[in-house]
Design a protein around this ligand. Sequence first.
Ligand code: RIB
Length: 299
Amino acid sequence: MIFVFGSINLDMVVALPRLPKAGETVSGPDHQTFPGGKGANQALAARRAGAEVSLTGAVGRDAFAELALANLRAAGVDLQGVRVLDGATGLALIGIDPKGENQIIVASGANIRVEADWLEGRVTSGSTLMLQGEAPLREIRKAMGIAGQTGASVFWNPAPVPQDDLMDCLDRTNTLVVNEGEAAYIAGKLGMPGEPDNFARDGAASGRAVIVTLGSRGIVAAKGEGLFRFAAPQVTAVDTTGAGDAFCGALAAALDLGRPFDRALKEGMAAGALACTVTGAQSSAPDKAEIARLADQIV
Ligand code: RIB
């Protein structure tokens, strides 16, 4: 069972000829609206990958709330931990260039008022607690504490990476997923080597699994004494939004379902690659059969 504690957004996406520089206006055609938010995206990706998933978070009391939850409801994610708070649902304004690269501005809305206490009595021993970086860091810390008390495994994808001391959070994490930029930032803060291989090795020295995603170049990961490196499957990217979330969701699902670590990495990579081929952070999350087919081809 996977418990996700994190953000729920509505994404408004505009395809652009190029991403704007500071102070610049760039126009595209009509916008498209999709459910999003890193917590919700990862919950949906894990569910589509075959795990039982429960999401704890918040939406606002507005017209965006139900739209933001629609995919999760349809996929069978347990939403009993989602509260409706006064104010606005989280909103992301996303520009995508012709190569599928994005620029995202987030209005956090209800997401900055989520409380880790809502997890009390819900997280069970032997389950996985998944966290990202869009909830307040103090609540992420508390959530990790609750996981520690109940014997749940902590899966943390600190994106966006909180600008604070992260050592205590790292100490409580069993599986850490970061991209290269996040690895370099955390390394600078904590005095770790910033280069991906060494970051992963150093982080794994204390017993956790550390995965550094390298975009279209694949991943490097370390667990115990083992170092794993896989090239990314080649796909034609139309929208990279949510690719990291699809990776995390499918990886967490595979680990939660007891797959070997290297197979779980391949399933995460397959999901991340497939997610780049469709527009929208959640609409692109593949199902377990699609994931398995592509994961079989990764060597
Ligand atoms: O990781 C992608 C997500 O980041 C989008 O869905 C958007 O809502 C932002 O939270």
